[in-house]
Design a protein around this ligand. Structure first.
Ligand code: FPP
Length: 258
């Protein structure tokens, strides 16, 4: 790493208020490939290098959790060939990276309708999750066949079943309890969302969990995204004031509800 990057990393660490959970919408792979006259899938392939760099950089900084939006439920509607190559790419990447991820104490988890994934990809994922389940470093959470709305629907179904069975009482439903039915039940909400390639949308990503997430968007396409861009996002995040719907009075400790 260049000394300039080392210096920025040290500044981020010294500032202290790192996000616990960073979520990323990795957009722009297709455009990156198109600009080079390459098939779209080459953009996804190049995007793997960015994934590596960002996983390593967040792990080094001590961020607790990184969620990557790798495949949405809407992505199933892409051309069959692109979907099948993406699934193979996922399988190959999990298999080729798992040793290093495990060595680096990374814990792999996933959210989404995982039963929709092709057998090979799902099995490799489950194996990677099982193997790293005791790891205590960065939690690398892959959103696969995921959408925020389908997650909420799945949670409502689980809640409905619990009500029917009588294991849960309707009067006990509140935000904290509802959260327990989501895929992310044991995780903190994202503090920072990074979206590449300039679009100003949530694209059905972690809709419940993003209620107070800080959003940072860059025009950089995902395959060009590297740790220097992540560092910029983190520095900007550290300079923001998060109020969670409260108004801060002059006395920092004295908050008034809005
Ligand atoms: C969006 O770009 C990207 C995706 C739908 C897939 C992202 C997946 C990877 C980078 C592989 C991830 C691998 C692991 C192991 C996490 P796009 O195709 O929508 O780009 P466009 O908007 O320019 O068309």
């Amino acid at each position: 790493m260049s000394s300039d990057l080392e210096r920025v990393k040290d500044e981020i660490l010294a500032a202290g208020n790192l996000p616990r959970h960073v979520a990323v919408i990795m957009d722009g792979n297709g455009r990156w490939a198109q600009k080079r006259g390459l098939p779209r899938i080459e953009g996804h392939r190049a995007g793997i290098k960015s994934v590596r760099d960002i996983v390593e950089a967040t792990g080094e900084l001590g961020v607790e959790m990184l969620t990557l939006y790798a495949f949405s439920t809407e992505n199933w509607n892409r051309p069959r060939f692109e979907v099948s190559v993406l699934m193979k790419l996922l399988l190959q990447t999990i298999n080729s990276e798992i040793n290093e991820l495990d060595e680096k104490n990374v814990k792999v988890t996933a959210i989404g309708r995982l039963h929709d994934l092709p057998d090979g990809t799902r099995k490799a994922l489950v194996k990677a999750m099982d193997r790293t389940t005791e790891n205590s470093g960065l939690i690398l959470n892959l959103a696969l066949s995921y959408s925020g709305r389908s997650e909420i629907i799945d949670a409502i179904k689980k809640l409905g079943q619990a009500l029917q069975k009588g294991t849960f009482d309707i009067d006990a439903i509140n935000e904290a309890q509802f959260q327990n039915f989501l895929y992310t039940t044991r995780f903190p909400d994202p503090d920072l969302l990074i979206r590449t390639s300039g679009e100003l949308r949530l694209s059905n990503f972690m809709l419940w969990q993003m209620a107070y997430t800080e959003i940072w968007v860059t025009d950089v396409l995902w395959p060009d995204f590297r740790r220097q861009h992540l560092y910029q996002a983190l520095k900007d995040y550290q300079a923001r004031e998060r109020r969670f719907g409260l108004v801060f009075s002059k006395d920092e400790n004295d908050t008034i509800e809005q």
